[in-house]
Design a protein. Sequence first.
Length: 348
Amino acid sequence: MAAFVSTPVVAYSTTAAWIAAPAIGTGSFAWLEVGKQDGDVRTVAAFRGDRLLVRSAGRTIPVVHEPCVTKPCNTVQAPVGEGDGSFAYAVAFPGTGGYVANVNAGGTSNVVAEDQTDPHDIATPHLVAAAGTTVVWVDNNTIYSAPNAGGAATALVAPEQAGGTITSIAASAAGVAWTAKATAGGTLIGVRDTGGAIATRAAEPDTGVATLYSVGLADDGTAVAVRRTLAKGKQQTALVAYATDGAARTLLTSVPFGKRDPFELTRPSVMGSRVAVRMRGGRGGVNDELWVVDLVTGKSGRVTSVPRTEARLTDPSLGGGRLVWAKDELSSRGRLQRARLYSAAVKP
C-alpha cells in the first residue's frame, strides 16, 4: 500500500444496503446502493443499482432512489467522475424511458440527453463515460457525446463503425475507447482519437481462448482492458495495456481459479499514469484484491486484500488525486453485515 496510496479512511458506512460502483471527484463521492434484502454478493461487482447517492462536505444526498421491482436491481448505471467534480450517470425505466444526466457535488442533476431507444425496448441504463466536462454514452450502439451542462449531442461512432455490440466504454483527453462483441466473432477494443480517426486497437477472435472486457483510456492514448483466458479447466484474468501502435503489455495477472467459479466483470480505473483494478488473489482465487499499477514504470502495489468468505470489494476508482472503493462485509452465511466506503490519497 505504501508504494501508491496513503492510509485509507472510512468515508461512509451503512448496515442497510449493499454498496457498489463508487466514484470520486474533487471533494465528493458518488456510489450505488441496493437494499440489504434486494441484493447479494453479486451486487458488489455490478455496475447498476436502484439508488444513487452523492456525499460532499459531510452530507449524504440521495440523487435517485427507486424501488427494486425486478432483481437484479438495475435502474441506475454506475456514476463516473468528471473533471469539475460532478458525476455522469444514466437511468432507465423499462418500458417507459430513460436519460443520461450529470449531478454536481451538491446533488443537483440536469439531464444531458433523453433516451432515443423505443421505450418498449428499454431494459437497462446506457453505458456512460466522461472526459473533463464532456459526457459520453452509448445509445442504440452509437457513441454520443455532449457537454455535461447540456446541449446538442454529437455522434462519435456509428453502429457500423463500432465493429460489433459495445460492452464497455471509456473516455479521456485522448478520445474514446470501447470493447465490443465483434460482428465477425470474438471481442475487440476500438478507439476513436480526438482527430476523429477510428481503429481497432486489439482483437481476440476466439472467445474459447480469450475475451476482452472493461476498457479504460489513459490521456496518452494507451488503452487498458481486462483479458480473460480459459485453459486447463481454469480461468484467469489479466490487466493488459495496448499502446497506440497496438503493442500489448501485461501489467497484472490474477491467480488461476476454477472455470466454473462465477465470473465477475472487473472495471479498471485510470488517472494520469496510474491504473487501479480489482483482481482475484490467494490460492485458488479465494481473495478479493485491489491493485494499483503505474503505466510508465510498470511497478505495481497491492492496496488491500480480503477473503471472499468474509467480504467483497467493489471495483476501485481514481479521481481528484484519490482512490476510492467499498468493502461489503459478510456474515458466515454470506449475508450483508456492513458496507464501508474507503478513500485514500494517491502518492505522487
